[in-house]
Design a binder for this molecule. Structure first.
Ligand code: CA
Ligand code: CA
Length: 253
């Protein structure tokens, strides 16, 4: 990942330990994992086990990666991530097939990962799987479609290390077991929240102030109450919340 920063996106699944989440077992089954570590490159090339020698290990993985880098793709992915709740985010992927490419049905996977987890002092733990959703779409040549992830609640260990939260999205050939081609992948970081950025676009500006003023003076249960504007989380949108927003006003603009 250090040597090929623009070529590799890796994700890591734990099996049979306390860091295992449902998508890990789903992928275990999909890939028919027989040993740990197992690595799959683009869902096509499998590497099971590990050398004791770091250079041998590196070369073994690098050759698989280079084989896959030599395969052209006609699929593109563009991502955006939007805040839809206090600690809840939705990823939108626009998946395209280039003109002259081949129309195809794909499974779009949205994986929320936490980098350097569970050990922040040990950089073996990269992009560890935490939450997942998927959608199946069909896209024609020269066309594109937008598809949303589930709404991911970022809490617990993830929120505590929100600077390490990112979303990895890939479009994969349909089917219940590997090998299945990964046509394209992309990654987007969690926008780092700043208090007052109500619309979640990374800044605190007039757009945010307008939302707050629209809910100003309301409490939970009132028709215009907006929990996103209730920055203090005490159930009312009032001077306390406005002061926080104004304190950060201009951030990121
Ligand atoms: Ca904003
Ligand atoms: Ca409040």
């Amino acid at each position: 990942m250090t040597d090929y920063p623009n070529s590799i996106i890796s994700v890591q699944y734990h099996l049979s330990d306390s860091y295992t989440v449902p998508i890990c077992n789903q992928r275990d089954s999909f890939y028919g994992v027989t040993g740990t570590p197992t690595t799959w490159f683009d869902g096509r090339i499998e590497r099971v086990g590990a050398y004791q020698n770091d250079n041998q290990m590196y070369n073994w993985y690098e050759s698989a990666m280079n084989t896959r880098l030599g395969v052209a793709t006609d699929v593109t992915i563009d991502l955006e991530v939007n805040k839809v709740g206090a600690q809840t985010y939705r990823v939108t992927a626009t998946v395209g097939v280039e003109p002259g490419g081949t129309a195809k049905t794909m499974v779009v996977h949205f994986l929320q990962v936490l980098d350097y987890y569970p050990s922040y002092s040990d950089n073996r733990y990269r992009n560890t799987a935490r939450d997942h959703s998927e959608a199946t779409i069909s896209v024609g040549a020269g066309d594109s479609k937008s598809v949303d992830s589930a709404d991911f609640l970022i809490d617990g260990a993830d929120w505590d290390h929100k600077e390490n939260v990112r979303f990895v999205v890939w479009a994969q050939e349909t089917g219940s077991s590997a090998p299945r081609e990964v046509y394209q992948a992309a990654v987007i970081d969690l926008p780092q929240p700043v208090e007052g950025d109500i619309d979640g676009d990374g800044d605190v500006d007039l757009g945010d102030l307008a939302i707050m003023l629209g809910a100003y003076g309301t409490c939970q249960g009132d028709p215009n109450y907006d929990p996103l504007a209730d920055l203090s989380g005490d159930g009312c949108v009032d001077l306390v919340d406005l002061a926080v927003l104004l304190g950060n006003y201009g951030y990121g603009t």
